[in-house]
Design a protein around this ligand. Structure first.
Ligand SMILES: [Zn+2]
Length: 183
């Protein structure tokens, strides 16, 4: 009885929302663009590179846009030394943080590293065996690979993952790059 009442209330609330609230960035077609905010206060050495990475994502996908904010960010960037290298601790749907390892970004293209890690926050998994043209192949193609844009398949995947806004969240996990960006 209690559950049934709750369900009924939830359905009623869900039905009312579209009539009373217009999501920020909603288009005339009704498809909302999600604005995903990030903080760079934990990664002061990489502010410009993070901005470049965000611009690459923003010019590549349409359903989610990255925007820097000074407080209340959805996710953040950090920097330092970690024997594991760079990694993303994220739910794969916009929250968590990205750690940028100093040693790694001296070996690999820093924009590619940051854009790749941001790809994890947007929901993409690693695919180390892929070519340089694939962002999520990470360090698989070697240190000479400087491509820092997602390919068409990766763009389509991210657009699909964000087609329903924040409602399709995943589970918190940490994506480390042990064999990719470290050698
Ligand atoms: Zn990765």
């Amino acid at each position: 009885m209690f559950r049934k009442s709750l369900a009924a209330a939830a359905i009623a609330a869900a039905a009312v929302v579209p009539l009373t609230a217009t999501p920020a960035g909603a288009t005339e077609a009704g498809a909302a663009v999600v604005t995903l905010t990030y903080s760079v206060t934990g990664a002061p050495s990489f502010v410009n590179q993070i901005a470049t990475s965000a611009s690459h994502w923003n010019s590549s996908v349409t359903n989610v846009k990255l925007q820097r904010v000074s407080s209340g960010a959805n996710f953040s960037y950090r920097e330092g030394n970690d024997p594991r290298g760079s990694y993303a601790s994220t739910n794969g749907h916009g929250s968590g943080y990205i750690f940028i390892d100093y040693t790694q970004v001296r070996q690999y293209d820093v924009i590619r590293v940051i854009t790749h890690e941001t790809g994890h926050v947007l929901g993409l998994p690693d695919h180390y065996s892929g070519p340089c043209s694939e962002l999520m192949s990470g360090g698989g193609p070697g240190t000479s690979c400087t491509n820092s844009y997602p390919n068409s398949t990766e763009r389509a995947r991210v657009n699909s993952l964000w087609a329903n806004g924040f409602t399709a969240g995943g589970e918190q996990r940490t994506v480390v790059e042990p064999q990719v960006f470290q050698h």
